[in-house]
Write a protein that binds this ligand. Structure first.
Ligand SMILES: *Cc1c(COP(=O)(O)O)cnc(C)c1O
Length: 365
């Protein structure tokens, strides 16, 4: 079976550098919050042209700790998209706040900003846009709405490392930008990890405290915190891969245009809006014949995955929020029609041509 992603191939290409950095960390015998984490925070902060960057244990924690540090909690409402990975809503719920879902755009699959203002109440405190599949959300409109209603903006950049809008990187628009280094993400570690980029030194210090049991050190605990630190081994691996990220993303974009050139007459191919730099965390097509296509790909030895088959508002875990089928027609339609195809920087041209031709053949009968 042709895989969705081949992490081993990438590893083999950078194996010597990885071994050398692992050896360095192991010999240093500093395994948590040491030099590598500081160096990675510095580099990723500069890359995003922000003042602060704080490494944490996962993308989920990046969202949770940012929301908390920015004052979101019990009784607050947070506007977000139902078309995302579950962790986006989980992080909001961890703070005691309520996620308020808003339907998406049918082309980018990001939150439809024309629907946001209708969802704002006296309790609304923040907006959490997700740059889904690596295409930036409409941050200009989101920041304008946030300014008008005095809301915080926490960007879920788990799928968008390196993406930008008119030259400005995702994560640098809002009050905080939250990244995941889960192995399959565009910048992936060899385990879990995450980072927050932001411009507010006060909020950054608050996050540093929260990630370390509410302590700035010296066994003095100012508040209840968490154990949510990025470890040195992951930071070392990420430093090696960070040097490659623009190249990795450039390669993903090349693969996407090759897919587009063969598939655009057969299915709905991904869009790239004016000014957007899409980093194709996923290459996702849309078709009313989605399930037939997926079966035909499988019969021909090609993997594909539905991200995401069930929107968040219909998940059992959040039934208490009271949503029902029909609440978000675009999200529900898209969930029935999307299909993500193999995508990673080292993916072979022949594999792209093969998968695409299978799809074209399937639809022509
Ligand atoms: C992966 C992901 C997360 C969670 O990141 P983890 O590092 O796995 O905790 C959150 N939001 C989105 C959109 C994601 O894709």
């Amino acid at each position: 079976m042709k895989p969705m992603i081949d992490l081993k191939r990438q590893y083999l290409e950078i194996k010597d550098e990885v071994f050398s950095v692992l050896n360095e960390v192991l010999e240093s015998s500093q395994y948590v919050l040491g030099k590598k984490v500081l160096e990675l925070e510095d580099e990723i902060g500069k890359y995003h042209e922000v003042k602060e960057a704080v490494g944490v244990a996962s993308g989920t924690d990046a969202l949770h700790l940012s929301l908390k540090a920015l004052g979101i909690g019990e009784g607050d409402e947070v506007i977000t998209t139902p078309f995302t990975f579950f962790a986006t809503a989980e992080a909001i719920l961890y703070t005691g706040a309520k996620p308020v879902f808003t339907d998406i755009e049918p082309d980018t699959y990001n939150i439809d900003t024309s629907l946001i203002e209708k969802k704002i109440t006296k309790k609304t405190k923040a907006i959490v846009p997700v740059h889904i599949f690596g295409h930036p959300a409409d941050m200009k409109t989101i920041m304008d709405i946030a300014a008008k209603y005095n809301l915080k903006v926490i960007e879920d950049c788990a799928q968008s490392f390196g993406a930008s809008l008119n030259g400005k990187k995702t994560g640098s628009f809002g009050d905080a930008g939250c990244f995941s280094f889960y192995p399959s993400k565009n910048l992936g570690a060899y385990g879990d990890g995450g980072m927050i980029v932001l411009n507010d030194p006060g909020a950054a210090d608050e996050i540093r405290k929260l990630r370390n049991h509410g302590s700035k050190g010296g066994y003095r605990h100012e508040c209840l915190g968490y154990n949510s630190r990025l470890d040195e081994i992951q930071a070392g691996v990420l430093l090696v891969k960070f040097r490659m990220i623009d190249e990795y993303n450039r390669k993903r974009r090349e693969k996407a245009s090759l897919y587009n050139s063969i598939l655009s007459d057969a299915v709905i191919t991904p869009v790239e809006k004016n000014g957007a730099y899409h980093v194709y965390h996923q290459y996702t097509i849309r078709s009313g014949k989605r399930d037939i296509i997926q079966q035909y790909l499988k019969d021909n030895g090609v993997s594909s995955v539905v991200y995401y088959p069930m929107p968040l508002h219909l998940q059992d875990a959040v039934r208490f929020l009271g949503y029902k089928e029909g609440d978000f027609p675009v999200t529900e339609l898209v969930s029935r029609e999307v299909l993500s195809l193999p995508m990673y920087p080292e993916l072979e041209e022949t594999d792209i041509r093969f998968a695409s031709k299978i799809i074209v053949k399937c639809l022509k009968g």
